[in-house]
Design a protein. Structure first.
Ligand code: GRF
Length: 198
């Protein structure tokens, strides 16, 4: 039986696409739902074009009431009954209750070499710190923001003249390599960490 995967997105969903592309090949998991926190998320159309079920729960009407927003999110998720949830550029902070419900089943990709630069503006902060390398991390989601066991990382050199934009642009293709590799291992219970050196 293939593992059922739900992907949560907020935007263009390029990481989501990389996961869908890989799952379209011989794979231990299959996508059952792409869920966005805005009906305008560009990734929804891309998922639908690949024949994957999509849904959205707009966070705006909930006006900061995270518990109610997450209850609506959870309803969609429970219907899809995923074994694994992949956060892929999902830009809402999740409450401990939601995380506890899916703990051990939820993955996230973060654009830094964790535990460095948790939170936002990672490319800018890597440059400000004078890093010689930068990268991305796929980790299990726990109650700690951008904490949780590291499952894989991709690392690349920082070059003279790099800006947050050039770093983001060079890093994204590595994210697209890393996340599918981690998901393949996670889906079969292989806990060997993935490492990519670009
Ligand atoms: C990626 O850089 C991801 O690491 C970060 O948000 C961006 C999402 O891009 N969390 P996309 O929506 O997958 O194209």
């Amino acid at each position: 039986m293939k593992k059922r995967v739900a992907i949560l997105i907020s935007g263009g969903g390029s990481n989501m696409e990389a996961l869908l592309r890989d799952m379209a090949r011989d794979h231990p998991a299959a996508p059952v739902l792409v869920l966005a926190n805005s009906p305008d998320a560009g990734g929804l159309a891309k998922a639908a074009a690949r024949g994957v079920a999509t849904a959205s729960v707009d966070h705006r009407p909930y006006k900061g009431d995270r518990a109610r927003f997450e209850a609506a999110l959870n309803e969609k998720l429970e219907q899809a009954a995923p074994d694994i949830i992949c956060l892929a550029g999902f830009m809402r902070i999740l409450t401990p209750g939601f995380i506890a419900r899916w703990q051990g089943k939820m993955l996230n990709i973060h654009p830094s070499i964790l535990p460095l630069f948790r939170g936002l503006h990672t490319h800018q902060r890597a440059l400000e710190a004078g890093m010689a390398v930068h990268g991305c991390t796929v980790h299990e989601v726990t109650g700690e923001l951008d904490g949780g066991p590291i499952l894989g990382q991709a690392v690349m050199p920082v070059q003279a003249g790099d800006t947050p934009e050039t770093l983001a642009k060079r890093l994204l293709p590595l994210e697209h390599q890393l996340y599918p590799m981690v998901l393949r291992r996670f889906a079969v219970g292989d806990s060997k960490k993935v490492s990519i050196f670009a």
